[in-house]
Design a protein around this ligand. Structure first.
Ligand code: SAM
Length: 232
């Protein structure tokens, strides 16, 4: 169960109404049962249920069962698309171990707002369901141009460019580096964006194969390619 409270031996963790409903109503746990807790920072801890009610409850933290496992330093930067497909991208990126998930407005992005809190909740659920101890941060929607202006010198970018469909895959990756993946919207990237990224030493244009993939498929494919080469 994900909680925001700090976790450590002897901590007493209050549950809100939603958490109580999930734990006692859906999962049918009751006082005396052990529950695994994580907060994205302190690893996983076993806790005893000491109070259980409809509107809340209390857990007593006992012992650590997993240390915090940080995923490799990978960001997924993507143009948000339709709601359900954007949710899918965030969920899959969290499952695949991205450290940060950044929706961006590109020249051809139609979405001009996102619900960052909803997307963050999807990232929490995804981490929860795959037994992770870390929750990636979902950023607020920003302009791609702004993200590129502030690009950190020590991070490489895997620029997934549909214009390279079918081209040989030329990405050479070295372990231990910081990376980001960039996925465009339904309409792809503009020539101006392509030119800008073509000039950037940190950007490596890649093809994801012989067909143009939907943006959500492309995100999962790129995460898989990256993980195959560098992930753990
Ligand atoms: N119209 C489809 C849709 O509705 O999702 C296709 C969108 S495709 C243009 C979206 C993004 O996926 C591209 O901007 C690119 O980042 C990535 N992509 C898709 N196929 C690709 C490929 N074969 N090679 C590299 N990137 C690809």
């Amino acid at each position: 169960l994900y909680v925001e409270h700090p976790l450590g031996q002897g901590q007493s963790v209050p549950l809100n109404r939603d958490q109580a409903h999930y734990l006692f109503g859906v999962m049918r746990r009751s006082v005396g049962d052990l529950v695994a807790l994580f907060n994205g920072k302190d690893g996983e801890w076993q806790a005893d249920i000491t109070e259980a009610g409809k509107r809340g409850g209390v857990l007593a933290v006992k012992t650590q069962s997993k240390a915090l496992q940080m995923p490799p330093d990978l960001w997924l930067i993507f143009a948000p698309i339709k709601k359900a497909r954007t949710d899918f991208i965030v969920e899959k990126a969290a499952e695949m171990g991205a450290r940060r998930i950044c929706p961006v407005q590109t020249d051809f992005t139609n979405a001009d707002r996102i619900r960052q809190d909803r997307l963050q909740a999807h990232a929490v659920e995804a981490a929860e369901q795959c037994g992770g101890t870390f929750v990636p941060e979902v950023c607020e929607l920003q302009k791609l141009s702004r993200v590129l202006e502030e690009w950190p010198e020590d991070r490489q970018l895997m620029f997934c460019d549909e214009a390279l469909v079918g081209a040989a895959k030329t990405l050479r990756m070295a372990g231990g580096e910081k990376w980001a993946i960039l996925i465009g919207p339904e309409g792809g990237f503009s020539q101006a964006e392509r030119a800008r990224l073509g000039d950037a030493a940190y950007a490596h244009s890649v093809s994801l194969g012989p067909r143009i993939l939907r943006a959500d498929t492309a995100a999962v494919a790129a995460l898989t390619v990256w993980q195959q080469a560098l992930g753990d």
